[in-house]
Design a protein around this ligand. Structure first.
Ligand SMILES: [Fe+2]
Length: 466
């Protein structure tokens, strides 16, 4: 791919959004500081990394999945990365060009491609999880793609032993008490929503269709001890517009917004819907049951501005802020509260507290808003009980991603652990893997692993302890 002669005008291909074209396996890397001895395992993060020259309409979400891993153990850190070898990537590599459109421009594949790859290209690019000893690269519009943990080789798409009847969200939740994997699948075709639970061994134990009036882009959700909480927000799949070559998602505020609370042992008829003015939220921090109420914290925005066919800098209110909804099942009332006036997204917690009342939340701080949304320069630790927060900024010219909480196996407090993040130095054009002590974000990093080249920005990852 040669782009040096003509500067790109697509912001999703500039700076550290640009893909890398190599797959590495390093030995021990130089470290400033000391890697905590208790951290033995691998941090894996998915990302958007087009394998062939993308179309002019390319959006960040259209890139092929690439897994970046940092293995920690014996005080050392090693880096590796691999594309997820999807059928679509392999077909495009073979042809040497992009064969599919994307978020801003849908194309209908010819009959051969339809048979080989499908109507859409499963990008497997949004998250990577481990459940029941299976490593799964997730993409919300298709099946998971299974990978081999040892060498990050791609096995292929899986319907999880027949469990799936449609797509699977990239944001499943693990019940910390039972180990069950709780997730939904949102489809462009009826039934538009399913709720699923797999037990800790990976067997399907629940699959419930949930009625929705129209197909919507539902990116994340919340699971508490007793409830699943769905967000029916007005980012509508526009199938007709899409088939005419337009954007796949249309902002349709005339539909308002609804939050649905379903008992985990119930079905569609048991969902309690709460009506709200239109908003959008890509990501939720957590949610928990509080008597007759369900409390949900997430990153709320007034609007949906991520450049699906648009190209502008969002206004402050259009970028997400941490927000709380209290859904009272007794009275049917919703109480809302802004938890932060700073822009931020990519919220994470200590997942041992998922679905239970959490005290701490970690949110990527958007220091500036650009055509690509937020330029994340740090992480905010919220003490939700005290209503206070502390911030760690990674440094001038430094841009980070989602901070993933890795619990200290010897710890007891909720914040006993570390925050893991890829951090890009925009001046030096290099990346580091940075470990912060989650107990004290005001301190210098515990360790900074100097990576052999930059790691492009990407969405989500997880710490997988040995
Ligand atoms: Fe996400």
């Amino acid at each position: 791919m040669s782009v040096e002669a003509e500067p790109t005008v697509n912001p999703w291909l500039e700076g550290n959004f640009a893909p890398v074209d190599d797959e590495l396996d390093t030995g021990p890397l130089p470290v400033t500081g000391e890697i905590p001895a208790a951290l033995t395992g691998e941090y894996l993060r998915n990302g958007f990394n087009p394998a062939v020259t993308p179309r002019p309409s390319y959006h960040w979400f259209d890139g092929d999945g690439m897994i970046h891993g940092v293995r920690l153990g014996d005080g050392a850190a090693r880096y590796r990365n691999r594309w997820v070898q999807t059928k679509g990537l392999q077909a495009e590599r073979r042809e040497g060009r992009s064969l599919y459109g994307g978020m801003a421009e849908f194309t209908v594949p010819d009959a051969d491609l339809l048979a080989e790859v499908g109507m859409v290209k499963n990008l497997a690019n949004t998250n990577i999880i481990r459940h029941a000893d299976r490593l799964l690269a997730l993409w919300e519009a298709g099946h998971p793609t299974e990978m081999v943990a040892d060498d990050l080789a791609t096995i292929g798409e899986t319907d999880l032993g027949g469990a799936l009847v449609g797509p699977m969200t990239a944001h499943p939740k693990t019940d910390p008490d039972t180990g069950a994997l709780c997730f939904f699948g949102a489809s462009g075709f009826a039934p538009y929503l399913h709720y699923y639970e797999l037990d800790a061994a990976g067997a399907l134990v629940r699959r419930e269709p949930v009625d929705l009036p129209r197909p919507v882009m539902m990116h994340d959700f919340v699971v508490t001890e007793r409830h699943a909480v769905f967000f029916d927000l007005p980012a509508v799949f526009d199938i007709e517009g899409m088939l005419a070559g337009g954007p796949i998602v249309r902002w349709a505020p005339e539909h308002g917004a609804r939050i649905g609370v379903m008992p985990r042992d119930g079905g569609s008829a048991d969902v309690r819907w709460f009506e709200l003015d239109p908003f959008y939220a890509f990501h939720f921090l957590n949610g928990w049951d509080d008597g007759d109420a369900v409390v949900v914290d997430g990153c709320r925005a007034d609007d949906l501005v991520v450049g699906f066919g648009e190209d502008r800098v969002p206004a402050a209110g259009e970028f997400p802020h941490l927000h709380r909804w209290r859904l009272d099942l007794g009275t049917g009332a919703v109480t809302e509260e802004a938890l932060d006036d700073r822009s931020g997204d990519f919220p994470r917690i200590n997942d041992d507290h998922a679905g239970r009342r959490n005290r701490y939340g970690y949110v990527a701080h958007a220091g500036a808003l650009t055509r690509t949304g937020g330029r994340f320069d740090g992480v905010v630790k919220h003490d939700l009980d005290a209503g206070t927060s502390t911030v760690h900024r990674y440094g001038d010219h430094h841009v980070c991603g989602e901070a993933v909480f890795a619990p200290d196996p010897d710890g007891h407090a909720e914040d006993d652990g570390w925050l893991l993040n890829f951090v890009y130095d925009a001046e030096a054009d290099t990346s580091e893997f940075v470990i912060l002590d989650a107990r004290d974000l005001t301190a210098d990093p515990v360790a900074r692993v100097h990576l052999p080249r930059r790691v492009p920005f990407g969405p989500h990852g997880n710490w997988l302890p040995d």
